[in-house]
Design a protein around this ligand. Structure first.
Ligand SMILES: [Mn+2]
Length: 195
């Protein structure tokens, strides 16, 4: 049975409104996380991000395809901006992760089993085709990092390695602080898999 140390850090470009949002939910035997980046930044992007967070909070343990569709419909109904998003769920006893990402959200696994996970093309609320959930095994030592495009996409592996020690909270904060572009909101979720 694994345990998960979780951390997140979100840094908005403008003081009052952030168009990126991160949610982590812990259950007895599962950890779920959700990262959203609404198009652009500022108040209009913030409205979309807020809607996504409230939909996640209102829908306990909903499957990810249904959640993506729910958010797609919610955005269209409220006529707010589209979002890109990444969702992960780790089953602690099965040591498996399910994930779904749409658009420019990066999900990577660092550690001995270094992998870039695949995102579906599209924008939830705008250019939407039904995605599906993918699965992967997770192992103690894995560090799962989700981030928005507010971080430089050139973030090199050896550069990021320097920030992977310490708690998940510290890692998330350091990744955002060191790699944010400063032209967009920036966000990062870190899940550290422990024995
Ligand atoms: Mn962005």
């Amino acid at each position: 049975m694994i345990s998960i140390d979780t951390g997140m850090f979100v840094k908005s470009l403008e003081p009052d409104f952030c168009g990126d949002a991160a949610v982590i939910k812990k259950y007895e035997n599962r950890t779920r996380c959700f990262l959203f980046d609404a198009l652009g930044h500022g108040e209009e992007a913030w409205k979309s991000a807020e809607l996504c967070v409230s939909l996640v909070n209102d829908s306990n343990m909903i499957d990810f395809v249904a959640l993506a569709k729910l958010i797609h419909n919610g955005i269209k109904a409220k006529r707010v901006r589209g979002v890109v998003a990444g969702f992960c769920e780790i089953d602690h006893s099965a040591q498996k992760m399910e994930y779904l990402a749409m658009g420019d959200i990066s999900i990577r696994i660092f550690g001995p089993n270094r992998t870039n996970l695949v995102s579906f093309p599209g924008i939830i609320g705008e250019v939407y085709r039904t995605p599906f959930v993918r699965k992967t095994d997770v192992f103690p030592g894995d560090i799962i990092v989700l981030n928005s495009d507010g971080l430089r996409n050139s973030v090199a592996e050896n550069e990021i390695q320097k920030f992977l020690s310490g708690s998940a909270e510290q890692t998330a904060r350091q990744i955002v602080t060191n790699f944010r572009r400063e032209t967009d909101d920036a966000s990062c979720i870190v899940l550290k898999v422990n024995k």
